[in-house]
Design a protein around this ligand. Structure first.
Ligand SMILES: [Zn+2]
Length: 111
């Protein structure tokens, strides 16, 4: 089994729709640290699990310097962002960590 881990930093803003009153409903920004884990039993014809630059393209091109509510079709919580990134990187991605600040990290893992 081969595993690759790609870490990126993006800057973006979001506002959350919540069932309770919270300052997170106001537009605010984070320097997000995204950690993507991919694995495969076999390498592709290029000798890779997945090209690191493909991960960067999916995550950074879509989410960096954006208002996430404008580019994602769901409430952009860290949990939902982690799930979305994992879904974009199938079949090899199995885990995504989304850290929105020191001490606050959401992880999505595929079953
Ligand atoms: Zn936030």
């Amino acid at each position: 089994m081969y595993t690759i881990i790609k870490q990126l930093e993006i800057s973006s803003a979001h506002r959350l729709s919540l069932s309770y009153s919270s300052k997170c409903e106001n537009l605010h920004g984070h320097n997000w640290i995204i950690t993507v884990h991919c694995r495969s039993n076999e390498l592709n014809t290029d000798g890779m699990v997945i090209d690191f630059s493909h991960i960067k393209q999916i995550v950074k091109d879509k989410l960096d310097h954006q208002t996430l509510n404008d580019v994602l079709p769901f409430n952009p919580t860290a949990e939902n962002i982690a799930r979305w990134i994992c879904d974009q990187l199938q079949p090899s991605c199995y885990k995504v960590e989304v850290k929105e600040s020191d001490g606050n990290t959401a992880i999505y893992e595929k079953d």
